[in-house]
Design a protein around this ligand. Structure first.
Ligand code: EAX
Length: 356
């Protein structure tokens, strides 16, 4: 080895160490390799372009799912459908992207259901606190009759809804102090999604909630416009909220699904065989996203701790205090969401629990 190579070697290794330190401070978690594409090639007339926009950044499980979708659609259409991915709300937040689909200026997006409740009131059922004790119970509802019916209902107003994905269980973060019980929230300014049920949850817990789009959230936290927010671990990490929030509490208070939407204007131009391909790819993307998000959840929580975030894990008794405090929210929203739908879901969840 010559001196030059040695020096270069040392500096590369030194650089790698520096890189590692920077990595752990910003808590990045490595994504699994993308699965291989299975299924035959699909032939149909025409060439198509799909611009696919999401709110979360490219280091999250949602984006990993989109990359899988892109791979499936491009390979199986033999390049006749091109997919371009736009993460990080660069083409607009959940609501803006959904409007762009209606206008026909964007082909696909995958928002949380919560900001769309004004358009599809039944989605509010997913905003009820502590509805799904296990993620598999959410799957059973979303992949069963109720979820199918919701996709059909949401295939209106210029949209076609073709599948579900996972944002996940939401956790509370804040910049002020550890939160172990509702009283600790007294006066804390918490950003919520633009959703009245979420506002009700945080008011009932004693916080001071403000609805805000996801695209504005990092800056609002950084500048202290709000003290805290709530999102799944994976979204907290991929959006680097831990860099501006020292405290987190594992509340698991709401399970948020993502819904895969296509612009009806685009969909109607797509040959049927390509529609079937896109639907199939959306289902595979959703399943894969759930898998990635669940596999990485504990690792991400650990990475966030390692990056310096103080995470409070609640005992079952402490969780129960939050649940009991929030029970009135069910009563307030029952009529608006539909008592039958809530009972149906609670019944399915109970059955699933009994089978465990
Ligand atoms: O795209 O607004 C939010 O907090 C959601 O997690 C958002 O849907 C991420």
């Amino acid at each position: 080895m010559t001196t030059t190579t040695t020096t270069r070697f040392v500096s590369v290794v030194g650089g790698a160490f520096l890189g590692l330190t920077a990595l752990s401070a910003s808590a990045a978690t490595e994504m699994p390799a993308l699965p291989d594409v299975t299924g035959d090639k699909v032939q149909a007339d025409g060439d198509f372009k799909i611009k696919f926009s999401i709110g979360t950044t490219e280091s999250g499980a949602q984006y990993r799912g989109l990359q899988y979708f892109e791979k499936i659609v491009e390979q199986r259409s033999d390049g006749h459908i091109q997919v371009d991915l736009f993460p990080g709300a660069q083409l607009g937040d959940d609501r803006e992207a959904t409007s762009a689909l209606q206008a026909g200026t964007l082909e696909m997006t995958m928002p949380s259901t919560s900001p769309l409740v004004n358009m599809f009131p039944q989605f509010a059922v997913f905003d009820l606190p502590f509805l799904f004790p296990q993620p598999e119970m959410a799957d059973a509802v979303l992949d069963g009759e109720i979820g199918q019916q919701m996709l059909e209902d949401a295939s209106s107003q210029g949209l076609v809804a073709i599948g579900w994905g996972e944002n996940g269980y939401r956790q509370l973060t804040n910049s002020q102090h550890p939160v172990e019980k509702p009283e600790d929230l007294d006066g804390l300014k918490i950003r919520t999604m633009e959703n009245d049920l979420h506002l009700d949850i945080w008011r009932t817990l004693g916080a001071n909630p403000t609805p805000m789009s996801f695209a504005e959230l990092f800056t609002a936290l950084e500048q202290g416009v709000v003290d805290g927010q709530e999102n799944p671990w994976i979204t907290i990490e991929s959006s680097k909220f831990n860099e501006v929030q020292d405290y987190a509490t594992e509340t698991n208070h709401v399970y948020t699904p993502f819904i895969t939407l296509v612009s009806a204007r685009f969909w109607d131009r797509l040959p049927e065989d390509y529609q079937a391909l896109v639907r199939d790819a959306a289902t595979k993307m959703g399943d894969y996203q759930r898998e990635v998000s669940r596999t990485l959840n504990d690792q991400i929580k650990q990475d966030l701790k390692d990056s310096g975030m103080q995470i409070t894990e609640l005992s079952p008794e402490q969780v129960k205090v939050f649940q009991d405090t929030l029970e009135p929210v069910y009563k307030d929203w029952r009529d608006q969401i539909g008592g039958e739908l809530i009972d149906d879901i609670r019944e399915q969840v109970q059955q699933a629990q009994e089978q465990e």
